[in-house]
Design a protein around this ligand. Sequence first.
Ligand code: SAH
Length: 360
Amino acid sequence: MIADRLKARIREQGPLSIANFMTEALFDPVEGFYATKDPIGAGSDFITAPEISQMFGELVGVFVLQSWVDLGRPGQVHLIELGPGRGTMMSDILRTARALPGFLEAAQVTLIEASAALKSVQAQTLGPSGAQIGWADRLEAVAPGPSIIIGNEFLDCLPVRQAIRHRGQWHERMVTLGDEGEFVFALGPDLGPDSALIPERLRDLPDGQLAEFRPGDLQVVEALAKRFAKAPGRALFIDYGPALSEPGDTLQAIRAHAKVEVLDAPGTADLTARVDFESLARAAHQQGLQSHGPIGQGDFLARLGLEARAATLSQSAPEKRAQIARQVFRLTDSDQMGDLFKAIALQSPALPEPPAFSAD
Ligand code: SAH
């Protein structure tokens, strides 16, 4: 079991950072949560927006098509998805894309997926689409060229680090072993120069407060900036988290649609933490990219035409009217996914404002 191996490692090498614990629990190639099975969907561990309704992927498809137009309809465009899960969103995007002549001929789809189990689900889902589809391990491995990059609930599962303010300094929060050999949190070493990674708004918090920071998200922004410096591109991320950096521990574990103890049984639950959109946008600016948003998922979908799409679907399948209304509610209501989930666009400087992000 992962738990046993992590315990042996802690006994030999000392406490682990939260980020290391998270990486092992999610991506151990044999026993990691994502590595071993398909955890997404109503019957499994958690459900995501594209799995709630086809309308989500269709409207992201509208965003993608407009982005291709904004890029000048290049004859070759990379459509890259980070963390595609079951491939459902891409399948809905590609179906929508048939409406715009030329796009599917131009698009080279690349899926960036760490889990072997999910790669095979993606191949099954997308086989019938007829599009040119390939996989890559990382963004850096995709051939250069104009690109549209999307990721839904991708950034939230990249490893997060946590720091606790102690006697005026930031210390890494670690995982170690308690008296009975169970996993417990512990105060680790002073962060030293890594204190610069603490979100700006949180740097001067008083003793006892906790701040999270997300080196994985920053690496993604760096990779985007490098890519967009060679050829123009636009990225869209949809995820959950605050618009402005907030203090506090947001690490959560979900198994079978219920919250469970974070340190309990690594590998058997999804571990995520809120995305810090303020830090994401700041990192993008520092790397020379433009950012738009974040805006709530509810507004994002509404501006892309959710109401009209729901009406069309309900007309063609009147028996599904109530179900479609429930889906709209889940995706957009402010007590459901409408506000906590947000969309942000990061793009090369010369592009027009992305669809759905304009202020009016
Ligand atoms: N976008 C999908 C799945 C979200 S779950 C949906 O909305 O349903 C997170 C996805 O990101 C999974 O496919 C997971 O395996 C993948 N993932 C997480 N970290 C990754 C990494 N570092 N590299 C590639 N894929 C990763």
